[in-house]
Design a protein around this ligand. Structure first.
Ligand code: AMP
Length: 385
């Protein structure tokens, strides 16, 4: 049985103070920690043994003699053998006793099983617990079905490899690195077969994943990830904010496109197929005449989540888009939580967030601000699920 929102909200209403902002140590944890301490909270990172030095050592908070932070933004680190252990009953108890609010990032929803989060993780999540599952492309109801209901343009799907009549992208997990991508492109059924056979032989993808793969039109255009924030604390008309835009650096796709065509052709066949492993992010703004359309898509997404997954989206979400040749965004992926690229906002904020708040406003800080406002107004229950 899924944990009800009302149960979590009752828990949040009687939560101990001071509140602590916790998140899983990966993804955009630094943005979350930086935002938390900027807004006056204690920050806590849940780290996995062997991959905790970033938080425990390099970004840990160092206090001055006056007790104020002199350096760093990670106040506390709880280290686990594996991330999944953070959902164990004694760990949850420790979080509740310590007034910890969990800010979900992709690491949280990847390393803690979704069923555990939905049915057994009795800690207030700042955001939308039920929406985390829509990111799973293998689910019957996922972000594609939600976007279709919302009337948000998505890349045209192909029902089978034989239906491919233009450049398509085939989406499935990597064979061994299951959290990474085993994507490839094909412009015809023949190319689909040749490439998929080569990738299976090379151990990049698995035949079973190929059968279940999503095949969709490849949108030729730059990628813009729109980092939105939705607040339920203000009127619906004022709820949606665009805080920033990021783009990704993907390996080895970005390496390939930095080579002139002649050099690309000199590569052995096995190195010519791009991989889409996210290795970093950059920051962007979008042509101003495109902004209104971007906001319309954001509003439709919010409406659709409120209808289909009440109470709907809470806090940050990211619409990942390609802009086509006419400048129209097509949404090819959604993060119903903080996006993966918001470290580009870290500390400095982003031009859009800063323009809204007249000072540095990152996604991490905006989350903490929401917690602070909600808490001060006795409305903490409304921003958690
Ligand atoms: P995703 O796993 O959906 O976030 O996609 C990973 C990467 O694949 C993106 O950053 C894009 O570079 C690329 N991509 C995904 N879907 C499409 C699409 N329909 N058209 C063009 N590029 C895409």
């Amino acid at each position: 049985m899924p944990i009800s929102t009302s149960e979590i909200r009752a828990l949040a209403a009687s939560y101990p103070r001071p509140l602590v902002v916790g998140t899983v140590g990966s993804h955009a944890a630094l943005d979350i920690a930086d935002g938390a301490v900027t807004e006056g909270f204690q920050s806590l990172v849940f780290a996995e043994k062997g991959r905790d030095a970033t938080y425990r050592q390099y970004f840990r908070t160092i206090l001055g003699l006056d007790g104020k932070r002199r350096r760093g933004c990670v106040d506390e680190v709880w280290t686990y053998g594996t991330f999944a252990e953070l959902a164990e009953p004694n760990s949850q108890e420790r979080m509740r006793a310590g007034g910890v609010l969990m800010v979900p990032n992709r690491a949280f929803s990847s390393y803690v099983p979704l069923a555990t989060i939905e049915e057994r993780f009795r800690v207030p999540i700042v955001g939308s617990r039920t929406l985390l599952r829509i990111e799973e492309r293998s689910e019957r109801e996922n972000y594609y079905t939600l976007l279709a209901k919302a009337g948000v343009p998505t890349p045209k799907p192909f029902s089978s490899p034989d239906a491919i009549d233009r450049l398509a992208i085939v989406k499935m997990p990597h064979a061994s690195r299951r959290l990474e991508r085993g994507f490839f492109t094909a412009a015809s059924p023949t190319e689909f077969r040749t490439k998929s056979e080569a990738l299976i032989a090379r151990g990049t993808i698995l035949p079973d994943d190929l059968t279940a793969a999503r095949i969709e039109e490849y949108v030729l255009g730059p990628v813009f990830n729109f980092n939105f924030f939705f607040s339920p604390l203000v009127s619906r008309a004022d709820g949606l904010e665009l805080l920033g835009v990021d783009e990704r650096r993907e390996s080895n796709l970005d390496g390939l496109v930095r080579l002139p065509a002649a050099q690309q052709l000199e590569l052995p066949a096995s190195e010519r197929i791009p991989e889409y492993r996210v290795v970093g992010h950059g920051t962007l703004t979008v042509r101003e005449s495109i902004l209104e359309e971007v906001f319309r898509l954001g509003e439709r997404f919010v409406d659709a989540t409120q209808e289909r997954y009440p109470p709907g989206i809470l806090g940050p979400f990211c619409l990942q888009t390609c802009l086509d040749k006419d400048g129209h965004p097509t949404v090819f992926d959604v993060a119903a939580r903080i996006g993966g690229g918001t470290n580009v906002h870290l500390g400095l904020g982003h031009p859009y967030g800063n323009a809204l708040y007249r000072g540095p406003m990152s996604t991490g800080r905006r989350i903490a601000l929401e917690i602070r406002r909600a808490s001060e107004d006795g409305r903490l229950a409304e921003v958690v699920s």
